[in-house]
Structure formats: structure tokens, C-alpha cells
Design a protein around this ligand. Structure first.
Ligand SMILES: [Zn+2]
Length: 354
């Protein structure tokens, strides 16, 4: 009886190896320790081992890391985990909230191009998605950890995401310096096709210019550039804090209130706005609704503010600017009556007759 107890334990060496692989041990390793099929099934029955998939067991409750690593082992020599799981296992936990619902249960495993695999995990809610690599991901992968390069993983993940989600994810990765923009671009150019190539190029090049949030990216590409607004300085200290945008000649600061904007920040922002006002600085705040929901109206606000404060230029009308922006613009500097916050006022005609 005592002998049986002994044989039902893993050697410290094997346990140690398993822990370095998210708890994973193979059928062959258990065999080598004399843990026969009968003993194994008893160990599974009493919870000492968990059956993970064909020929694979875990020495603790399987984690996402266990399932991922198991997929790579079943994928065979040279295979590696990709997609969301590669990013998480590279230590980028902050992306978890960006994952589409259910994505944590589908693990991408890249196999060499000539390999065709299909196997189910021993958990009906999990799935291994074996994909054949034709873009050299595996040559760049780490075979010690069985993970593709984080840049390849990020590119693959972005390929299937809606535009706004790509912006949010990439902004986070860039802000946290989890990826190298130059390497991402190089790998992107090496791909024959990528559904988000244009957007990724724009995001990465803007990152190099100091555009630090997804909202700011949208502002530059949908508000500032199409309406030919002058380019502000970015992240310059204005009064007590750096401004997201800064027009020094017009003493106009622009701030973006992004997804992370909370009520408790309002007090602080009001204080900052007041301190700046005392210095003669005007501060405009824009949210996602302003930038994505009404880019043309937002552009007209900025243009009007700049003109009031000495800018001799005027905004250009983009292809989708509402027609009424045109009629007013040609007669006079933009008046407050046209701003989206007061859509009910129609005093512009009287104003022009004056
Ligand atoms: Zn427009």
C-alpha cells in the first residue's frame, strides 16, 4: 500500500519541469517515471493529474497557459501559440479587456506549413485553432516558450478586429511600450495581405509624432487633417499640465477626454482650465462623441476659436461636411450659433444681414 502511494507521486524533477510549462506533463514523461496507464487513471480520478488532451496531463487545474502550451505540443515540432494567448503569455495582461467575447476559449496554434493538425482539448468549452504558418511567424517564435513573436501576434489579432478596437488595442500596446513600432511596421510590410494595413500604418506613424491616445488618433485623421486645421504642438506643458494639443500663437489648448475619462477628473480639469484661463489660455475639451460623432462640427469649433484668436486661415471643407458649414464660412468667421451645442438657434441669417 505504501509502495503504491510512492508511485503515485511525480518526481521533484518532473514536477519542476512541469511547472515551467504551465503544469504540463506528457504521457511519455509519466511512463518514464513508472506511472503506468492504470496509475495515471487513478491519479486523474483523485485529482492529482488532469487530462488536458491527447497524451497530455496537468499537475494542477489547467490555466489558459496550460491549454495554450498543450496546443503547441500537439501541434508538433516547431509549432507555437499565437493570437491573444501569445500576447497574454508574453506578459501583456492589460489586453485582456480588449479581447472579443469568447476569444479566451479559442487558442491559435501556428504549425509549420506542411503540418495539418486537428485535435480537441479535453474540455468542450476550449478549442485549439491549428493554422498553417506561411508568413514566417515560426522562424521568429521562441521555441523555449512555444510563443510567436508579440509583433506577429499583435498583427494577427488586429486583422480580425473592428477599426475602433484596433485603435484601442494598438494605442494601449504603444503607450505601454509593449511593442516596437518599427518592428511592427517591418513585419506588417512583410505580410502579403493585412486587413488593417492602412490603419496600422497611420497609428504607428502618429505614435512616433506623440499622438498618445486612440481618441487623439481619430481627431488627427478625421478632424484636423481633412479640414486642414493647422497642426498643433502635442504634449507641451501649458500651465499646470501638458496639453494634448497646443496652438501657442493663439494661446489655445486642446484636451481629449478619452475612454478613461471619469467624473473625478472633472474637478481637476476645471481647476486646470481656470488656471490656464488666468494666463489667457483657452482650453477646448473633446470626447469620442465630438470626434467620431461630429468631426466636421468639431473642426468648425476649433477653426472658429483659432480665428477669434488671430488665425488668418480658414478650415477646408471635407467631402462630408454639411452644406450649411459652407454657406456660413464664406460670409463671416464662424459664429457660436452654428455650434452643435445650440442647434436650435437660427440667428446666423440676421447676423449676416448686419
Ligand atoms: Zn467635414
Amino acid at each position: 500500500m505504501r509502495g503504491m502511494q510512492m508511485r503515485r507521486m511525480l518526481s521533484p524533477a518532473l514536477r519542476h519541469r512541469a511547472m515551467a510549462r504551465h503544469g504540463l506533463v506528457t504521457h511519455d514523461e509519466l511512463d518514464a517515471e513508472g506511472l503506468t496507464r492504470r496509475v495515471r487513471s487513478r491519479m486523474v480520478a483523485d485529482g492529482t493529474l488532469r487530462h488536458v488532451g491527447r497524451g497530455l496531463y496537468a499537475v494542477h487545474a489547467p490555466t489558459l497557459g496550460t491549454w495554450a502550451r498543450a496546443g503547441a505540443v500537439i501541434g508538433g515540432s516547431g509549432s507555437a501559440v499565437g493570437g491573444w494567448h501569445a500576447l497574454i503569455l508574453h506578459g501583456i495582461d492589460s489586453i485582456v479587456p480588449s479581447m472579443p467575447s469568447g476569444a479566451d476559449r479559442v487558442i491559435t496554434v501556428w504549425t509549420p506549413a506542411h503540418v495539418r493538425r486537428s485535435a480537441p482539448p479535453n474540455d468542450p468549452t476550449m478549442r485549439w485553432w491549428f493554422r498553417r504558418d506561411c508568413a514566417n511567424r515560426l522562424t521568429r517564435s521562441t521555441q523555449v516558450r512555444r510563443l510567436v513573436d508579440r509583433h506577429d501576434a499583435a498583427l494577427d489579432v488586429c486583422d480580425g478586429l473592428p477599426e475602433l478596437d484596433v485603435i484601442g488595442l494598438m494605442t494601449r500596446l504603444l503607450q505601454e511600450r509593449q511593442i516596437d513600432p518599427a518592428r511592427l511596421l517591418a513585419l506588417l510590410e512583410g505580410r502579403a495581405r493585412h486587413g488593417r494595413r492602412k490603419l496600422l500604418r497611420a497609428l504607428v506613424s502618429d505614435a512616433a509624432q506623440g499622438v498618445h491616445s486612440a481618441l487623439e488618433h481619430r481627431y488627427v485623421s478625421r478632424v484636423e487633417r481633412p479640414h486642414r486645421l493647422p497642426t498643433p504642438q502635442r504634449q507641451v506643458i501649458v500651465g499646470p499640465r501638458a496639453a494634448d494639443g497646443w496652438y501657442s500663437d493663439q494661446a489655445l489648448a486642446i484636451e481629449f477626454d478619452g475612454w478613461g475619462y471619469h467624473r473625478d477628473r472633472v474637478h481637476l480639469d476645471t481647476r486646470i482650465d481656470n488656471l490656464r484661463a488666468a494666463m489667457g489660455v483657452e482650453t477646448l475639451h473633446f470626447s469620442w462623441m465630438d470626434v467620431v460623432g461630429d468631426p466636421c462640427g468639431t473642426a468648425s469649433i476649433v477653426a472658429a476659436m483659432l480665428q477669434q484668436r488671430g488665425w488668418a486661415g480658414s478650415m477646408r471643407h471635407c467631402g462630408v461636411c454639411p452644406a450649411r458649414l459652407n454657406t456660413v464660412e464664406t460670409h463671416a468667421p464662424l459664429s457660436v450659433h452654428r455650434l452643435p451645442v445650440r442647434p436650435q438657434k437660427t440667428t446666423t441669417a440676421a447676423h449676416h444681414q448686419r
